[in-house]
Write a new protein. Sequence first.
Lengths: 389, 366
Amino acid sequence: MESSRTILTKIFTDYYLGAAQAKKDGKPIAYVTAFTPVEILRAMDITCLYPESYAVVCSASGKAGDMIGSSGMGQFAGDLCSYSLISLGMDHAERLPYGGLPEPDFMVATNNQCGTTLLWFRLWSQRKNIPLFMIDYPTGSENTDQNEYVYRQYLALIEFVKKQTGRDLDQRVLAQQAANSRAACKLWSQVHVLNQAALQIDAAKLANALFPIVAARGTPAVCRYCETLIHEHSRENENAVIAAQPSFRLLWHGYPLWFLPKRYPSFNDDRFQIVLNDYTLWWDLDYPAADTLESLIRPYTSTYLNWLPQRRIDWTEQLVRDYAIDGVILHANRSCRRALAHVIPLRDHLLRQGIPSIILESDMANPDYYSPEKMNSQLESFKESILAA
Amino acid sequence: MTAVDPILKNCRSMVLNPHHRRAYLQSVSARSCGIIGYFSNYIPAEIIAAAGFHPLRLIGCFGSVSGPALCDPMCSFVQDFYATQCSGLADLLTGLVFPNSCDSLKVLRQVWQTRPDGPQCWTLDHPVNTDGPALLYLTSQLRRLASELAAASRSTVSDEKLHAAITEYNTIRGLLRQCYAKVEARRLRYSDLLAVATAGLMLDRNEFTRMLQEFAGSSLSQPLSGNPVMLAGPLTDDLELVGALENHGACIVGDSVTNGWRYCSQDIATGGDIYTKIAQHILSQASPTAFDLHRPSLAARAAELGACGIIFLNQERCEPHVHSYVKCAAELEQQSIKTLLIEVEHGRPGLQARDLMRIESFMELL
């Protein structure tokens, strides 16, 4: 049986080499945002590439600074999303990981994670002079008309892609992609469940394991990868590598710090360990069973960042219970305005519930906003508050 | 003293003095179903008015000194508004209508909804596209908003009431366009028009129409001198800054700002389904969600106005306008049109010395 590491490497290689090959073969390539309904595009035989995921790779490779400097956003860079800046810098920076992403034929952007993606993709598509399609997902679930609206946009997307590439939608492939995505998301959720009773899979490993569900969702390889991860870390597996159990189980709320080798700051104390980062669960998308075009409305409308803050707060509280969490670290990621909406209300709510929590300000991909000294000192105080509780 | 001086004094005070505004709104509140605040010109005040409420565009100096802050990097307008509301300075509102536009405003709405003590909130989903599905969706959202506001005021929003409101607001737009023609001909000072147009978004519209008729009839005896420039940006309510531009040699001949030309350049068409007409009007406007913030192109508008430079007055940390500026500045540079960017911290009193120096240098350059 292949190890999860082997499958992950293969998914990674297939993604980057596959993109280069597609470019060589003249096959259409689309840049898409993280929560684009890629099942539709793949059912039209489009190679989908995720600039956000590539920004993570660049940040982890220590290239963020150079690329942000090349973004052309000058004095405004300090107020903008680092993923967007890294991507915009891709066109001018040198010595990029994997040689950069191949040029796209068109782009698809959605606002079910934030409004920044629309602004960034719009500007980028204008700079590159290539077509852009934007899908508008209403926020929250207040509007009964929203399903019809999103469905109509899906039809318009199909027409747009057809116009750009001459390719038709293959309903059979669409159904297969949707079924694979549904299965993969369920398995991805189960991977996290491993840590509910005891810490069985390291948080850094889980963060690194995110790539397949983001970039290859809809392909059978992701299910295989998740199944293998579950098998490798399951207590029933006698060869399972089970981590040392912490005395205090922590939840990291929000984006990891991709530029850190371990993705999270060190606690310098084995008694404290992150057992869950809810960010990786954002890809536990809720696909209904139908496997049709309509079935792609719910998962992409009901993304975490498209929820209203109260739902996000309730969800976090539920995770605290399910994972027996002793303390919550809220990452106030300056890159993501939408994710910041609930940070202060959530901290206040958790404190009212008697759950120790702390807000750490930093950035997901730009190390300039990371101060190890400050963060260590904040974490020391946080640990003391947990011990006192 | 001219006949329009009292009008100007009143309008400037409405924009700059939160205490004056509060006193005025208290009197308005007593003679309406209540006051509904709204955040953008993409929310049709006509529907709010047809529901019996006084529509109050949330603009002008809020008077915040300090207060609870939202996490950075929310834009300075949103930070200022949040701080003011949290200090109880704007408790006169019956409700708030939020646009589904930029993330800062979305965050403001979302944080607001977690507060138990705030006024009721409604949201108008403004589509990011302008195609068929967007028109249908926006039309349905406008109907929903009208019905929710009618329920809140325990009245109805009939087509007749809505039509009457549209006619009234179109009259205002028409009068403002007349004023813009005078600004372009240098027969009206731009900062005066901006004060009046901005105050008009807060005043009782009947009262404002009468005021505007008088103002539109006034004219300077001598044309204004100075370098012809155009303003661009989001909401522009820093009258002190605009006045400083004029005092440093700028003759502002037009703009592309939300509470200026972009508000009044087009009427809402009448005839046919009234909600569809409003939706068409909104979708024909440049907006933060549709990104194309300066439609038609700034270069074309500057040429039309005979402006030799464009001054961008952006709110600090306004994400859509940063992206728009980066795109526009590159295009304008290619066309050899000179630009100056001044970032305004909403609610910050006084001008920064650095900004004044930059304005002086820009005027010399022109």
